[in-house]
Design a protein around this ligand. Structure first.
Ligand SMILES: [Zn+2]
Length: 152
């Protein structure tokens, strides 16, 4: 994700491609289990203005998490739709966008990954922790209560 300034025309430059996810160094993100399932895909508009370089666009990365409740591993498509960065050039001829992409991706990671994040499955770990679950809606209410407790 290195950009050569000389390759940026006045109207700006569209770049897209893939970058090996190793630069994210997610293994050092030790609080949660997370594994990358593929490269970071990017689609960016790059431009120059007032002695600086800016880039906006989207980043996509498929991840695997482990549910904090039931420990099941599940796939999670991480999307950063509003990536934006800006930097002074200071005489440089190339700018590496990867540190900015890494920062935004780390910020977008869910702090407590749950396997039921998209509502397609009910987390069995959450249900096991709740007694007297008489209906699914009660289960969801109880789950919300549980989440609130965990946040405190
Ligand atoms: Zn779960």
């Amino acid at each position: 994700m290195k950009v050569h300034l000389k390759q940026i025309p006045p109207q700006g430059l569209h770049i897209e491609g893939e970058e090996d996810a190793a630069f994210l160094e997610l293994a050092e993100h030790e609080e949660i289990y997370v594994k990358t399932l593929g490269p970071v895909r990017y689609s960016l508009e790059v431009g120059l203005s007032g002695g600086g370089l800016f880039a906006t666009g989207s980043l996509a990365l498929d991840l695997q998490f482990e549910c904090v409740n039931c420990l099941v591993k599940f796939d999670y498509p991480l999307r950063v739709e509003n990536f934006a960065m800006q930097t002074e050039l200071d005489g440089r001829e190339t700018v590496d966008l990867t540190p900015y992409a890494r920062e935004d991706i780390l910020l977008a990671l869910p702090p407590y990954p749950h396997c039921d994040w998209n509502g397609e499955r009910a987390c069995p770990g959450a249900a096991r922790n709740i007694n007297d679950v008489s209906s699914e809606s009660h289960a969801w209410d109880a789950l919300d209560q549980l989440k609130l407790k965990q946040r405190k």
